[in-house]
Design a protein around this ligand. Structure first.
Ligand code: FE
Length: 234
């Protein structure tokens, strides 16, 4: 199978959150889509290993926050590459709680939805939760939503291991090596971002053509915020 063909499927990127019995958590999800207009129903895919998945199963509620295109890397790093079993992801992130105690991330988000689960489908590694929208808000009318393509192409991010769209990065690199210039690339062990010297990291102040070794020590991974020590050569 051609791994890169899957990148042609388009998605947005969202924070999916839930709470039960005083515990709350959220994760970065891209499998989020509206399934009907009347009533307004939205489905999400959730890895069974995600802490949030068990919270949704028990509470029957979740929220979806639409991330804006220029979302801070901290938010993707916190919600996408850490487990809620280890940290309180909401501690440093702007959020609200609905009347039903559902946490909703609002920082760097342009809209949100609170949803009540009406059906769940076991699809193997993941559960598909179909839910009715019971409340929502538009935070930024003209805000640009972050798409998976933008995250992948511009921010150079890859899906975390629990995402339905996760790809094996070693296989991907093998596929890409046929067109590579041969410059030494480095991979972030935390999130899988690959630093390509040919492209640099212009948003992070690193010009194209900069070898990894010449990047200043205070530079951080544009996807998850990890420092240079977290990188290994490919
Ligand atoms: Fe990273």
């Amino acid at each position: 199978m051609k791994i890169e063909a899957f990148f042609k499927l388009s998605y947005g990127l969202y924070v999916v959150s839930s709470a039960h019995d005083g515990k709350k958590n959220g994760f970065i999800g891209n499998t989020v889509f509206q399934v009907t207009a009347t009533p307004s129903q939205i489905a999400i895919g959730c890895n069974k290993d995600n802490y949030t998945c068990s919270l949704i199963e028990r509470s029957g509620m979740y929220s979806i926050s639409v991330l804006k295109q220029d979302v801070k890397q901290d938010i993707i790093g916190t919600f996408g590459y850490h487990s809620g079993r280890d940290i309180n992801k909401f501690e440093k992130t702007g959020h609200i709680e609905t009347a039903n105690n559902t946490p909703v991330v609002t920082e760097d988000c342009i809209a949100w939805f609170e949803c009540k689960v009406v059906k769940q489908v076991d699809v193997g590694t993941h559960i598909l939760f179909i839910a009715e929208v019971i409340e929502n808000d538009l935070i930024e009318k003209d805000g640009e939503p972050l798409t998976y393509a933008y995250y992948h192409q511009v921010k150079k991010g890859l899906a975390p291991k629990n995402a339905p769209t996760y790809v094996d990065q070693k296989l991907l690199e093998k596929e890409r090596s046929e067109t590579s210039s041969g410059a030494k690339k480095y991979r972030c062990l935390a999130c899988g971002y690959i630093y390509d010297p040919d492209e640099g990291d212009p948003d992070g102040g690193i010009a194209p053509g900069t070898p990894f070794e010449d990047i200043p020590d205070d530079w951080v991974c544009p996807t998850c915020g990890s420092t240079k020590e977290m990188f290994e050569p490919l």
